[in-house]
Design a protein around this ligand. Structure first.
Ligand code: ADP
Length: 172
């Protein structure tokens, strides 16, 4: 994947084909970016998530997996919900799981023919993943991805400080 972009902003405002939600395994909303996405998307997204959860084994999502829904009232076409890993100490498979969240989200978008996808900084909020390490994984996984339809991967940082880390690691 060649075109990686960094922006600072609110992911719910982006008119891209797909935005990624840093979800939890319950897949029915939560705090942080998950709460912001559900608040802006409205009840249509929530209802779709209820149906999605009903269809899953154990009625739960899996860490590192990615699940695609419509986008309710959001300006994007799809929301891809991925439960990122909770960070313990780095010795619990966190890096592989975070890479899987990025890779599976890219695959889901690509399979739907999306040309653009925007990611938040998965797992770096309440899930506690160290930002620098999480950013390296985000960039490397996107770079390694071989797209069919995707042309743009956008890292949507919520703060200028997060964006600085992305800029440094993308150019360094
Ligand atoms: P996690 O549980 O995966 O750690 P969080 O939602 O707590 O998820 O945080 C993930 C990242 O999303 C954090 O960097 C946070 O600053 C960012 N974030 C929160 N709200 C938004 C938003 N509206 N748009 C983009 N990023 C956001």
């Amino acid at each position: 994947m060649e075109t990686l972009e960094i922006i600072v902003g609110n992911i719910t405002k982006l008119s891209v084909d797909a935005i990624v939600n840093a979800a939890n395994c319950g897949l029915l909303g939560g705090g942080g970016v998950d709460g912001a996405i559900h608040a802006a998307a409205g009840p249509a997204l929530f209802e779709e998530c209820v149906k999605l959860v009903d269809s899953l084994p154990g009625h739960r999502g899996k860490t590192g997996e990615a699940y695609l829904t419509g986008a309710g009232a959001l300006p994007c076409k799809y929301v891809i919900h991925t439960p990122g890993p909770v960070y313990y100490d780095g010795n619990h498979g966190e890096a592989e799981l975070l890479a899987a969240s990025y890779r599976n989200s890219l695959t889901k978008a690509d399979e739907r023919g999306c040309e653009s996808i925007a990611f938040p900084c998965i797992s770096t909020g309440v899930y506690g993943y160290p930002k620098e390490e999480a950013t390296k994984i985000a960039i490397q996984t996107a770079r390694d991805f071989q797209p069919r339809s995707l042309k743009r991967v956008i890292f949507c940082c919520f703060s200028e400080r997060d964006a600085e880390v992305y800029r440094r690691l993308l150019n360094g």
